[in-house]
Design a protein around this ligand. Structure first.
Ligand SMILES: [Zn+2]
Length: 274
């Protein structure tokens, strides 16, 4: 499943290629993905219009023109890939966004949990998909430590479940939450309001570091992401705990254990994560 770093890498690549270009045509090959696609409104926003900016909010990519924006969410299996107009359509291609230079972008999503939607100008903060999203951890204007500390004080849930709540902070998905807590030496099952205040400095720092490293890894493989099928596998080589059950902890040599939290797999070291 594409996570924030993959989406950020995608956004940077699409921004580089699309800003200043004009959409020549847009076509939808089915009426819906996760929801009905607002085809007529999206054509009005995009066709004949110049792309002014490409931004990200959480895991949503937003492609703006002066008339509004196209919102894209990749869901579980979605991809937004560049192709030449004459390239064969692969299975599960649901939308084509043609640009005026022989290139087009295609939205491909076998499982159809992805989203294609429209935003009116200025609607980014209030659109129903976006309005409840928590802070952007990599936004330099955000006091991540303060936000996490305040949101955690009256919650009695495990810290990993807390960090994955996108209404508090976006982008800390299952893999990254496990990695952050290993780096911060905190047991993922610890109830969040029992964590000492000083440890929130470390949690915030590790969220920023892990996501930044993953974006850096992804940023160098954007072409691969765009051109090939399947998962980009960003960051996979750098994982310290995720997917490493029964393997030795890279810090203390003890065995990594796998547990389940909120129906998701969690990995941690029993010895050095307290
Ligand atoms: Zn350890």
């Amino acid at each position: 499943m594409p996570e924030l770093p993959e989406v950020e890498s995608l956004v940077r690549g699409v921004r580089q290629e699309l800003v200043g270009k004009r959409f020549a045509d847009v076509s939808f090959l089915r009426p819906d993905v996760r929801e009905v696609i607002p085809a007529a409104r999206l054509k009005d926003i995009l066709v004949g219009e110049t792309v002014t900016e490409v931004t990200r909010r959480g895991k949503y990519m937003l492609i703006h023109t002066n008339k509004g924006a196209l919102g894209v969410h990749l869901g579980m299996s979605g991809r937004f890939v560049g192709a030449s107009k004459s390239a064969l359509l692969v299975a599960h291609t649901h939308a084509r966004f043609e640009v005026n230079d022989g290139l087009e972008y295609r939205f491909i999503d076998p499982r159809r949990f992805g989203r294609l939607f429209s935003l009116e100008p200025g609607e980014v903060g209030s659109h129903p998909f976006l309005a409840k999203l928590g802070v952007e951890p990599l936004d330099p204007g955000v006091d991540l430590r303060g936000v996490l500390l305040e949101a955690s004080r009256n919650r009695r849930q495990p810290v990993k479940v807390f960090l994955m709540n996108s209404e508090v902070v976006v982008g800390v998905g299952n893999i990254y939450a496990s990695e952050v807590l290993w780096r911060a030496k905190i047991n993922p099952h610890t109830v969040v309001n029992k964590i000492p205040v000083r440890k929130f400095i470390e949690i915030s720092r590790q969220i920023i570091d892990v996501l930044s490293e993953a974006i850096k890894a992804g940023g160098t493989t954007f072409r691969d992401y765009r051109d090939k099928d399947g998962n980009p596998g960003y960051f996979q080589e750098n994982l310290a705990v995720y997917g490493r059950q029964a393997k030795p902890c890279g810090r203390c040599g003890s065995k990594i254990v796998k547990t389940t939290q909120a129906a998701r797999s969690t990995y941690h070291c029993l010895v050095c994560q307290k």
